[in-house]
Write a protein that binds this ligand. Structure first.
Ligand code: CA
Length: 230
């Protein structure tokens, strides 16, 4: 399962057009039309990418792009802007957006840019950190999927993140606090019980495919660890 993309755009027609084209290419998307809604929404969701309009009611796109960069450094952002002349200015501001698209744009162009940015950002993550396959468990970072012996576990984005973090250090015991840090960069609103509930769901999904293997173990009083082998 792939977590949706987020479209932040106050013009409903444009938002719908983009969403339709993304859907045709296999990308689900969520939509927000007010700048003030974005950061609170990101506390609760983990989109693969944000399409961010520059001119928005409430917090504007420039401010949001900065805030996203600060709080979620790995989350790709594509800015949507109404004027070509703005792009130079935007580039000069070094907001750290991954790409810019000028309006009017063709939805096809948006989809192509989205694909290119995802390939670049998620592709880099694969090369960097986690070995793609360990003891029959495969992380498909492009698709945000985990496969156990070839079967898609159907993980949510949060479960995928959890598994990925633990797979980076097999055998290491992670406290709930450490896992929270990796799952949500700002975890003030998340309780330890939320971590437990995500881990529980993740374990259940693994157990559905591999009932005999116990790769994510609870360590009493401490937290969890990923243990691919006995
Ligand atoms: Ca706008």
């Amino acid at each position: 399962m792939t977590d949706p993309l987020l479209i932040v755009e106050d013009e409903p027609k444009i938002a719908r057009l983009i969403a339709d084209y993304l859907a045709k290419s296999g990308y689900a998307s969520d939509h927000l039309d007010h700048g003030d809604a974005v950061m609170p929404w990101l506390e609760e969701h983990a989109p693969m990418l944000v399409l961010l309009d520059l001119m928005l009611p409430g917090t504007d796109g420039l401010t949001l792009c900065r805030q996203i960069r600060e709080r979620y450094p790995a989350l790709p952002v594509i800015m949507l802007t109404a004027r070509v002349e703005e792009v130079d200015r935007l580039l000069g501001l070094e907001l750290g957006a991954d790409d810019y698209i000028c309006k009017p744009f063709s939805p096809r162009e948006v989809v192509a840019r989205v694909k290119a940015v995802l390939r670049r950002t998620h592709g880099a993550a694969v090369l960097g950190e986690t070995p793609a396959t360990q003891a029959g468990l495969t992380l498909d970072e492009d698709g945000w999927r985990a496969l156990a012996g070839g079967t898609d576990l159907g993980l949510t984005a949060v479960e995928f993140q959890l598994l990925k973090v633990m797979m980076q250090s097999p055998g290491r015991i992670f406290s709930r606090d450490q896992l929270m840090d990796h799952m949500y960069r700002d975890h003030r609103i998340v309780s330890e019980r939320t971590v437990d509930s995500h881990v529980k769901k993740l374990r259940r999904k693994v157990a559905d495919v591999w009932p005999e293997r116990d790769i994510i173990r609870s360590v009493y009083g401490v937290g969890y660890k990923y243990q691919p082998e006995e």
